[in-house]
Ligand binder design. Structure first.
Ligand SMILES: Cc1cc2nc3c(=O)[nH]c(=O)nc-3n(C[C@H](O)[C@H](O)[C@H](O)COP(=O)(O)OP(=O)(O)OC[C@H]3O[C@@H](n4cnc5c(N)ncnc54)[C@H](O)[C@@H]3O)c2cc1C
Ligand code: SF4
Length: 322
């Protein structure tokens, strides 16, 4: 890694100025250290956001939750209000990595983490996303890549919190503005260089979650290769509002299958007005992948995602998933 200056700002404005001058923001530092060690970035300075006070709290306001960007994944997973009223968020948080990583990784860092694509992570490879001429995943190894929304780059977004916040209709708060989360993540066809719509020197300061889906039945189900800690092969976050035994409204967000957390209105429509049973959950799973365009090595993700959605729907409805 290159030598860099260590900047300890006391305010978000100081941090933004340091980033404007070429510095790179650091929260937990877990991901940032990898980027530095892999020579994917060589900034003149690293700007430690943890030196700014007051950015770690999780507060309940009249209109919903206010989560500081420096709240850790453990803070989210263990907060009693989040667990009771927004269980999809705490379940997603609890699924992430290992206890050690959850204790250090933050909300802001999780949303802003870079892709895990092995070509992207290889310092010797200059693919399309790094200013090169080709996406090597297209003709190469693409078993972990996108089955929806890809092209010309086929990454999947690694953030499980992103899926949870999208399902609950959250807003990302920055030092400059408020960004509805559906406008925060961007597809490669719209911006090949970035995975989110943050401007240069714009920093995430927090996330607000409205009460719209507070108390809804929820399940986050994640399929991964290793049981211990791993990023997802596919995830589904399902929220259900019930009128008696009938679904009056539903949210279905997929993770691990697209360059952004992927809301499936097809799956939601397959659930609305129905009583949940296995055939309905399976229909929602099939609807979720109805527009999938898998690559040469990731066809397995289509039936996998179908079943991941099916299980999450059954679990959200309080039914046993086999
Ligand atoms: C082995 C392993 C397994 C993992 N598994 C999962 C998983 O299953 N699901 C999952 O969701 N995550 C997973 N993660 C990611 C992890 O949970 C952290 O979210 C991630 O490492 C980044 O968090 P951080 O706070 O350390 O960010 P940092 O490393 O500090 O920063 C990450 C990036 O975000 C930028 N950044 C940080 N904070 C801000 C901010 N406030 N505003 C703007 N930009 C910012 C940094 O400049 C950097 O580019 C895993 C990580 C590891 C190492
Ligand atoms: S998927 Fe994206 S990051 Fe991976 S090789 Fe293709 S262009 Fe590069």
């Amino acid at each position: 890694m290159n030598n860099f200056d260590w900047v300890q700002p006391k305010t978000i404005a100081e941090a933004a100025t340091a980033v404007k001058n070429g510095g790179v923001a650091m929260s937990g530092g877990i991901e940032l250290l990898c980027l530095l060690k892999e020579h994917l970035i060589e900034p003149p300075s690293v700007v430690n956001l943890k030196s700014i006070p007051g950015m770690r709290s999780i507060d309940v306001a009249g209109s919903g939750l206010r989560i500081g960007a420096l709240a850790t994944t453990t803070d989210l997973a263990e907060n009693s209000v989040v667990r009771n009223d927004f269980p999809g968020i705490s379940q997603a948080a609890a699924s992430i990595a290992s206890p050690q990583i959850r204790n250090v990784g933050t909300v802001g860092g999780n949303l802003c983490q870079r892709p895990r694509c092995w070509y992207y992570r290889d310092p010797e490879v200059k693919c399309l996303k790094k200013g090169g001429q080709a996406c090597y995943a297209v003709a190469g190894n693409n078993e972990y890549h996108a089955i929806m929304g890809g092209g010309p780059c086929h990454i999947v977004h690694p953030s499980d919190l992103g899926s949870a916040f999208l399902a609950y209709g959250a807003t990302v708060v920055t030092n400059e503005r408020e960004i509805p989360i559906q406008n925060f993540f961007v597809l490669p066809k719209d911006d090949i260089d970035h995975e989110n719509s943050l401007r240069p020197a714009e920093l995430v300061t927090g996330v607000t979650v409205p009460n719209d889906w507070k108390g809804a039945r929820a399940s986050f189900f994640k399929s991964k290769e290793r049981e211990s800690f791993d990023w997802a092969l596919a995830t589904a976050l399902v929220l259900l509002k019930m009128n008696g035994s009938t679904v009056s409204d539903a949210r279905v967000v997929l993770g691990g299958v697209a360059p952004i957390p992927w809301r499936s209105t097809e799956a939601e429509n397959a659930l609305k007005g129905k009583s949940i049973e296995d055939s309905v959950a399976l229909a929602a799973g099939r609807a979720a992948v109805s527009r999938a365009t898998p690559m040469s090595e990731n066809r397995y993700k289509v039936p996998l995602t179908t079943n991941v959605v099916r299980i999450a729907v059954l679990q959200a409805a309080g039914l046993k998933a086999e």
